[in-house]
Design a protein around this ligand. Structure first.
Ligand SMILES: [Fe+2]
Ligand SMILES: [Fe+2]
Length: 281
């Protein structure tokens, strides 16, 4: 059996340090658990799409983790896939280049006790960028070669409630790229998809595939997108082996459950990046 810890949405910044203490506590917990690997499912930054310093800071912060770390970008790192939440922060070549120059790659593949663990850049899905085609070809290669069970990680969930929902929303992968991704996954031994982005925890099976939402370590949103989701902070323990996959929510003692709306002064600031500078203590 191999144990992987999933951390999501830490939202770190050298200028806006609201969630730095939570990050340090999460790292302490992960190092105590000493898993075989750590996956970070995106949104390492607050304003990564427009800040070299922020992406570099997030990379440096990963140095607190002792196990091998595999980080994926989210919309707060390389920008949203279109149409996105903000027209001025759509994923593009420069933003991808910034991430690549600091993190080396925006996807990964590794073996874990008879499983193949894959991570992809969700922000490319539906972007229309050449990097999307390149990633698709890479994923097809991995899935085609996969004789072993596969765990797939990415920042955004494939959908909120069901694969056939038609809403175009920044909360999940959009309908067309979702359908393309699901076609790729069909026929391959993909057992579970783990995503971040929604800042809550849910673990459901849809059409025979398990979809797990990893909670954030940073903040809660007042109204989770699904009433059945757990509105909590924390990390996930994912154990894979001959017996399948076991996912468990791990409470991290001392995490402060920051509320996003309250932090932003209930409408006073549109985005965290607009707020007065308050570096990590
Ligand atoms: Fe996030
Ligand atoms: Fe996100």
């Amino acid at each position: 059996m191999a144990r992987i810890i999933v951390i999501s949405d830490p939202h770190l910044s050298p200028t806006h340090g609201f969630f730095w203490d939570n990050w340090c506590r999460a790292c302490e917990m992960v190092n105590r658990l000493a898993p075989d690997a750590v996956i970070v499912t995106g949104d390492l930054c607050i304003n990564g799409p427009d800040s070299d310093a922020e992406v570099a800071f997030a990379r440096q912060a990963l140095g607190r983790l002792k196990p091998p770390v595999h980080a994926l970008p989210g919309n707060h790192d390389v920008g949203d896939e279109p149409p996105g939440q903000a027209a001025d922060q759509i994923v593009d070549a420069d933003r991808l280049r910034r991430w690549q120059s600091v993190f080396g790659s925006d996807r990964f593949a590794f073996d874990a006790d008879g499983w193949r663990v894959l991570g992809i850049n969700a922000q490319l899905l539906g972007s229309g960028l050449p990097q999307e085609d390149e990633q698709d070809a890479w994923l097809d290669g991995e899935l085609g070669a996969a004789a072993r069970p596969v765990l797939l990680a990415l920042h955004k969930p494939l959908f909120l409630q069901s694969a056939d929902e038609r809403e175009v929303t920044a909360r999940s992968i959009n309908p067309e790229p979702r359908a393309r991704l699901l076609r790729r996954l069909q026929g391959a031994p993909v057992r579970a998809v783990i995503s971040g982005h929604l800042h809550c925890h849910r673990d459901v099976v849809r059409d025979g595939l398990r979809h797990v939402w990893a909670p954030s370590t940073a903040f809660l949103v007042q109204e989770p997108v699904d009433a059945t989701a757990d509105n909590v902070l924390g990390i996930l323990s994912v154990e894979v082996g001959n017996d399948g996959v076991r996912v468990e929510l791990v409470d991290v003692p001392g995490l402060v459950p920051h509320d996003l709306a309250e932090l932003k002064g209930h409408g006073r600031y549109k985005y965290l990046r607009d707020m007065p500078v308050c570096p990590p203590a």
